[in-house]
Design a protein around this ligand. Structure first.
Ligand code: KDO
Length: 334
């Protein structure tokens, strides 16, 4: 057998080392892809349409490179602390609300303002419009969070344990209305004419049951899912906010993905949002009958009185001062 020269032996040994290293690196990449966990924390229950859409559509859509690990009922992070958790690198994903984003970037309060979005389609058109680009960029730069898609939460309605009919904002004077705990949420409660009080979503059922609050506001599917109808007497169809969440992912996680994985994740986010929106709209359309069967009064108030009261309150508030020039017109024109 011909012996290898010293130099060819060392060349071979280097090639072997390089190959071994390349194989090791490949298997590290493969292993980390399989090990990539996308942990999401949200206050919603696992039976909420948004949760179902993420579990059934988003998760499988990214399964070839990541494991989607949702934590519902605020079991990982408290409601409203998710964005900070992502910014600190402790969480990968969240369903962020405009109201939560407004705590860091005041301009987002425009999407928390009553009677701004017209409906689910308008919401999508606004999210995809050029006018949104600077806001999305600010979220990335300031928080290290990428907004993937807009998830339809539904039209928020008043849901009260009191019996007196509510026709105009004046009828809400003195009504202790639970609103989620940020300034823009509280302002919306005030703009509606009520006395807003901050409280986490997971505490609302008990607060309604014990009378700690007189009511809360949420879309009909949430009222059903959280069983608020068991502890309230009426739903006033104010339609005061076409509400949304943004499916948000850590920018660092996003930047570490390959371009193909990014395309896949974006598609999974878009598909999940479309699926959830369709189901949530269908539920909204059928739930009035359900609540009436449960013995609740469900009716429309004087919508014009609510709309003008709420819009006036926003336009006179400091919130509107933070809205980008021309944004209201841009939104209205879409
Ligand atoms: C709520 O606390 O009332 C709210 O509807 C606010 C939304 O932004 C959203 O976070 C939602 O709760 C939770 O996902 C629970 O459904």
């Amino acid at each position: 057998m011909k012996l290898l020269s010293r130099s060819s032996a060392s060349w071979l040994s280097n090639v072997t080392k390089a190959t071994t290293l390349a194989i090791a690196m490949l298997s590290v990449t493969a292993a980390s892809a399989a090990d990539m966990k996308l942990r999401l924390s949200a206050p919603s229950s696992e039976t909420d349409q948004r949760a179902i859409a993420l579990t059934e559509v988003f998760g499988p859509g990214v399964a070839s490179f990541a494991e989607f690990e949702p934590h519902w009922n605020a079991s990982l992070f408290k409601q409203g602390t998710e964005l900070e958790a992502i910014a600190r690198g402790n969480l990968d994903m969240a369903m962020a609300s405009a109201q939560e984003l407004a705590e860091f970037i005041p301009a987002f309060s425009i999407f928390a303002a009553g009677y701004m979005h017209r409906d689910a389609d308008h919401q999508v058109a606004v999210f995809n419009s050029d006018a949104m680009d600077p806001l999305k960029e600010e979220v990335e730069d300031l928080l290290g969070v990428k907004l993937l898609s807009v998830i339809y939460l539904g039209r928020r309605q008043l849901n009260l344990r009191t019996d007196e009919e509510v026709k105009t904002p004046a009828d809400l004077a003195g009504v202790k209305l639970r609103m989620p705990g940020s300034d823009s949420w509280q302002f919306l409660g005030k703009a509606l004419g009520a006395n807003p009080t901050p409280m986490a979503f997971t505490e609302v059922y008990t607060a309604l049951q014990t009378g700690a609050v007189d009511g809360q506001d949420n879309p009909l599917p949430t009222d059903k899912d959280a069983k608020f109808y068991e502890v309230t007497k009426q739903i006033v169809l104010t339609n005061h906010l076409v509400d949304l969440n943004y499916l948000a992912v850590s920018k660092k996680v996003w930047d570490d993905l390959t371009p193909e994985q990014q395309t896949q994740m974006q598609k999974a986010a878009d598909d999940a949002a479309a699926y959830g929106r369709k189901n949530q709209l269908a539920l909204e359309a059928e739930l009035v009958d359900f609540f009436r069967e449960q013995g609740l009064k469900v009716y429309e108030p004087n919508l014009e009185a609510f709309r003008s009261h709420v819009q006036k309150a926003y336009l006179e508030s400091e919130f509107s001062e933070s809205w980008p020039e021309g944004m209201v017109e841009n939104i209205n024109n879409l």
